[in-house]
Each structure stands twice: as structure tokens, then as C-alpha cells.
Design a binder for this molecule. Structure first.
Ligand SMILES: [Zn+2]
Length: 133
């Protein structure tokens, strides 16, 4: 559970609590003072819930954006030799995109950067056993 989900959960718990307390107070209120106080708590709960929902939607959209992200195939200049670009996702499942600088082909592999890689499109060896991590 990350921080975003944790604070979201707190917002939803608070909003449910406010709505619950507001409702109970309203049902049991004997005076105009208590009913207006309970309505205020109830409305605060609704506002908290709306805030929570907006946050949830924006977090979900952020995650989708990261998932759909692919490297820009125009990133690498043609330097006359085999260039490549590797990007590993930070969210699970871990996937690595390999951009072949020669033919601009993007290949996705499971897990982190493999020890050696040959472009599946043009057959050029991009690297072999370098940069041990
Ligand atoms: Zn290639």
C-alpha cells in the first residue's frame, strides 16, 4: 500500500464517519441548533467524499498514463552505429522497453534489462554483457 492509497482511505473513512454522525445527530436532534449542526457535519462528509473521489480518479488516470507510456522513437539520432534506449517501468509488473536506434523498433521484454539483446526487427546486436547491474 503506498502513501496515496493510505491518505485516500483516510479521506473515505472520515467522510463516512461524518455522514454517519451527521445522520445520527439529525435523527436524534431535539432542537434547531442540533439539527443545523448535524446537517453541517453531513455536508462536510459529502464534500470529503467528493474530494476523495476526485483524488481517486486523478490517481487512476496517472497510473494509466504511466502504463500507456512508450518511448519516443524519434529520440535517438542516427549516429551511424547501433544505438539503443532502455526504459524499465517503476510499477509492477516490471517491463523494459528497448528502442533500437537503427530501425526505431520498440520491443517490450518482461523484467529488467537483459544481459544481451539483439533487435528482433533488424537483427542487429545492440549490447552484450555490458553495464552489469
Ligand atoms: Zn532494430
Amino acid at each position: 500500500m503506498n502513501n496515496n492509497q493510505f491518505s485516500l482511505q483516510n479521506i473515505f473513512i472520515s467522510s463516512f464517519f461524518c455522514i454517519l454522525v451527521g445522520t445520527i445527530l439529525f435523527i436524534n436532534s431535539q432542537s434547531i441548533l442540533w439539527s443545523s449542526a448535524s446537517v453541517t457535519i453531513f455536508i462536510a462528509g459529502i464534500i470529503l467524499m467528493i474530494i476523495g473521489l476526485i483524488l481517486k480518479i486523478s490517481i487512476t488516470m496517472d497510473t494509466k498514463k504511466i502504463d500507456k507510456w512508450v518511448p519516443d522513437s524519434n529520440y535517438l539520432p542516427d549516429a551511424g552505429r547501433a544505438m539503443y534506449r532502455i526504459d524499465t517501468t517503476l510499477t509492477s509488473p516490471t517491463k523494459t522497453s528497448i528502442l533500437c536506434g537503427k530501425c526505431k523498433h520498440i520491443e517490450w521484454v518482461e523484467g529488467k534489462k537483459p544481459t544481451s539483446y539483439t533487435c528482433t526487427n533488424c537483427g542487429i546486436l545492440l549490447w552484450e554483457n555490458n553495464e552489469e547491474e
